[in-house]
Write a protein that binds this ligand. Structure first.
Ligand SMILES: NC(=O)c1ccc[n+]([C@@H]2O[C@H](COP(=O)([O-])OP(=O)(O)OC[C@H]3O[C@@H](n4cnc5c(N)ncnc54)[C@H](OP(=O)(O)O)[C@@H]3O)[C@@H](O)[C@H]2O)c1
Length: 322
């Protein structure tokens, strides 16, 4: 470690889930910072739910730093239908990675949990010290409990073996390379898709679920990748969870209006109030992040949405040409 923390340039860094949304941006950010040894195994090269494959990979490749971003996840519908899969796959990945990290003396491990891990009904904005105050929302039970188990495992590994690690709790992320497939997309991708398709068909209106009043927080993926790198380099090895977000609250109606304007959808926006709204307000406290990382995400929602829309416009065209 240098005075400024862990010097990543000289390290062999393993990024799990490097082909995924956040993973691809973390790899780009690492490379832009001059980290030349970045290991990015695909699922075929190392299936993380298989302890033997993980062990063999760590023994042969000897990563010094591990950024564990791989996850079995999806939208609310996927999570409800796959509670056990979400639990088992995420728990297995974490156990295999922590065991292999201990056995090969990894210097530092970063793990991404989620704002979904907070207890149902926790005070808003979510403060890290309320994480264990009650069970999470039942709709995310399998995923959230496995992630919580991962946090507990890192704390235990730190206590027993001194494993240096950190845990980030990212807000809802959006940006280029986000999942846009209807089964697994989040509200930002789904809204962009809906507005563009309505624009292209020349529809007079779109109908969105609920009242539009719920409040959410959105984090641009390149800012999230920057936060990951900063957290990775931090001194201090106690894996106390840290929120990663903007602290900016946006209503769903504001999001839809912003997207409609940016994509050029001129029709009206209707709200189907018979459909569920979900939690009225979800937002995270970012004081710990600000204090520890001396940093705040810098991309405004309008700027981030514009970049996401531009990326998706060209990705759609490429898909259509293929
Ligand atoms: N996206 C968000 O808004 C959000 C919010 C809070 C927290 N997080 C957390 O942030 C991290 C990154 O999320 P993301 O949205 O970037 O995820 P993502 O796009 O879904 O990518 C997940 C990656 O994990 C890989 N993976 C899954 N199971 C695997 C296995 N058994 N073996 C090897 N690789 C496996 C996937 O590979 P395949 O392509 O082969 O499936 C994929 O590359 C995750 O830990 C997630 O829980 C995300």
């Amino acid at each position: 470690m240098s005075d400024e923390g862990l010097d990543l340039k000289g390290c062999r860094v393993l990024v799990t889930g490097a082909g995924g949304f956040l993973g691809s941006h973390v790899v780009e950010t690492l490379k832009a910072r001059g980290v030349s040894e970045v290991l990015m195994p695909t699922r075929d090269a190392c299936n993380l739910v298989k302890p033997d494959e993980v062990q063999a990979f760590f023994e042969s490749q000897r990563p010094e730093v591990v950024v564990h971003l791989a996850a079995a996840q999806g939208g609310v519908a996927w999570q409800k239908a796959n509670q056990a899969t979400a639990f088992l796959d995420n728990a297995r990945m974490m156990e295999s990675i922590v065991l292999a990290s201990l056995e090969t003396n990894v210097k530092r491990l970063l793990f991404t949990a989620s704002s979904i891990c907070y207890p149902r009904g926790a005070a808003i904005p979510f403060q890290e010290n309320t994480l264990w105050d009650g069970p999470p929302e039942p709709a995310h039970l399998g995923y959230a409990q496995a992630k919580r188990g991962g946090i507990a495992l890192l704390q235990a590994a730190h206590q027993q073996h001194g494993l240096s690690s950190c845990v980030l709790m990212p807000a809802n992320m959006y940006g280029p390379r986000a999942r846009f497939d209807p089964d697994r997309s989040n509200v930002v991708a789904a809204t962009i898709r809906r507005c563009m398709e309505a624009r292209d068909r020349g529809d007079d209106s779109i109908t969105c679920w609920g009242s539009g009043t719920p409040i959410r927080e959105f984090l641009y993926v390149e800012d999230a990748a920057e936060g990951v790198l900063r957290a990775l380099q931090q001194e201090g090895s106690e894996p106390a969870p840290m929120n990663l977000g903007t602290g900016v609250e946006t209503t769903i109606a504001e999001l839809v209006e912003m997207v409609a304007e940016l994509v050029g959808f001129k029709g009206s926006i209707r709200w189907d109030r018979d459909r569920p709204d979900g939690a009225p307000r979800v937002c995270m406290a970012v004081d710990r992040m600000q204090e520890r990382l001396a940093w705040m995400p810098s991309t405004s929602l309008a700027e981030g949405l514009q970049r996401t829309i531009s990326w998706w416009e060209s990705a759609r065209l490429q898909e259509a040409d293929a």
